[in-house]
Design a protein around this ligand. Sequence first.
Ligand SMILES: Cc1cc2nc3c(=O)[nH]c(=O)nc-3n(C[C@H](O)[C@H](O)[C@H](O)COP(=O)(O)OP(=O)(O)OC[C@H]3O[C@@H](n4cnc5c(N)ncnc54)[C@H](O)[C@@H]3O)c2cc1C
Length: 516
Amino acid sequence: MSSEVTTECLVIGAGPAGLQASYLLHRAGRDHLVLESGQAAGTFFTRFPRHRQLISINKVYTGWDDPELNLRVDWNSLLSDDPELLFTGYTPRYFPTADDMVRYLGDFAVKNDLPVRYDTRVVSVTRPDDFVVRDQHGGTYRAKRIIVATGVSQPYVPDIDGVEHAEHYYDVSVDPQDFTNKRVLIIGRGNSAFETADALMETTSVIHVAGPGSLKLAWQTHFVGHLRAVNNNFLDTYQLKSQNALLDGHIKGIRRDGDAYLVKVSFQRVNEVIKEIRYDRVILATGFRFDASIFAPECRPQLTIKSRFPDQTAAWESVNVPDLFFAGTITQMRDFKKSTSGFIHGFRYGVRALHRIAEQRYHGVDWPSRSVEPAADAVTEAIIERVNRTSALWQMFGFLADVVLTGKDGSVRYLEEVPVAHLHEAVARGEFGDVESYLTVTLEYGEDHDKVNPFDITAGRTSQDDTSGLDGRYLHPVVRRFRAGELVDEHHVTENLENEWDSETVHRTPLREYLR
Ligand SMILES: Cc1cc2nc3c(=O)[nH]c(=O)nc-3n(C[C@H](O)[C@H](O)[C@H](O)COP(=O)(O)OP(=O)(O)OC[C@H]3O[C@@H](n4cnc5c(N)ncnc54)[C@H](O)[C@@H]3O)c2cc1C
């Protein structure tokens, strides 16, 4: 195939992010094309997670009939106007299988008639003037801008002496019988590591899971990439003395010793004492990275975080290659290990915000907004209505904000789901018009939210009816006022166990007073 295809926007990758971007471009009537190396949408999920269970929850029964609220506990659906295209309709399983995801993404692409070319692997991206992209068949594509949604397609291999002796989560056998009565070391402390340990617990003699730093639990840190309860059975087998153990330290070296391996571990708890431990199998579960190798030097994106992710501006644009944007899990460098950009239930909103940024920049289409009466009552009601419904601010806590813009003419407009960092820059550039001042509305966990054991009743808590006190550990709305990009003041709406901020005395009145 040699003819050149020209389009306004190329999307590389038909995973959840690429499909979300294509859906929004399609709905806006924008000329674009999606190039996917796999034979189907969601190719990543045909292989990963290796043990086939997703950790993104699929809560089918909520007691709510509000689709926006339901998205708070549906972590797999892409954003669309079609209620038939909700992931919750695909399986009742709370933790669905990766195969369910492949089925869902395939339907999402077909039912929306998205312009995806499968079996089309991008092998090079150059930029003589426009971007010129080549695929493995010699096909050529030309575009003014590119959205890269290629995910983390390569294993991340840490710099350890003898690391070549280790197998990788990426392609290690998932047949527990292959590890019968074996001593296994798993290097890494993310969910892939514990998912693997979980799968091997019945057949192995010993499993050690090793990594530096204190183990972080998602229910404590509120970061869903930290160890999830669904993957932590292993901790029982460690603390209840069933031969398995966590090793808190660095792996210094791996060397062959007959049919086995001797692994040098430096233990952080005991002054880095180094011990050599014998294992039959060593598995690396040390994460994944973005693949920048397809980009020619003139348009190769700068990388960040141990070169694992493309470095991006607040508008998800490459910091060094204009018109090159990123979508999906590779945008997690923007809120690394804090909010949810690494996961579908986070980046689906990121892709929508990126679409609105591109509509503004390339098509002069303003960010959607509605007018609000310029009065404290009306603004209070607008904010209260949103914080009690929004799934975007709920999932992307502290990262996406609703915005109340007050113009120099006194008019007030309400915008939804603007990335906080982008907002400040865009207001300064005049992209939101003549702004006298603006409010950001976010949902946030407060200071030390990850320091306290939430199950320890001696930790106590401030009464949720106490307007003077705020137990910031819990997710709550925060309203901040800015003038000329400077923070003027802020108001924290008292947290509430049910996350319903609609009490007149506890929530509305204090907010109204703040807004007067
Ligand atoms: C082990 C693991 C488990 C995870 N589990 C979950 C989970 O349960 N729930 C969740 O929400 N998130 C999960 N994630 C995080 C993340 O959501 C997924 O990584 C998700 O797949 C990201 O979507 P994406 O669209 O950004 O990238 P991907 O789904 O990886 O899609 C990228 C697409 O680009 C294609 N592609 C790559 N390179 C090229 C190229 N050169 N040319 C053309 N096409 C190309 C790929 O074939 C792929 O289809 C997990 C991540 C990992 C690593």
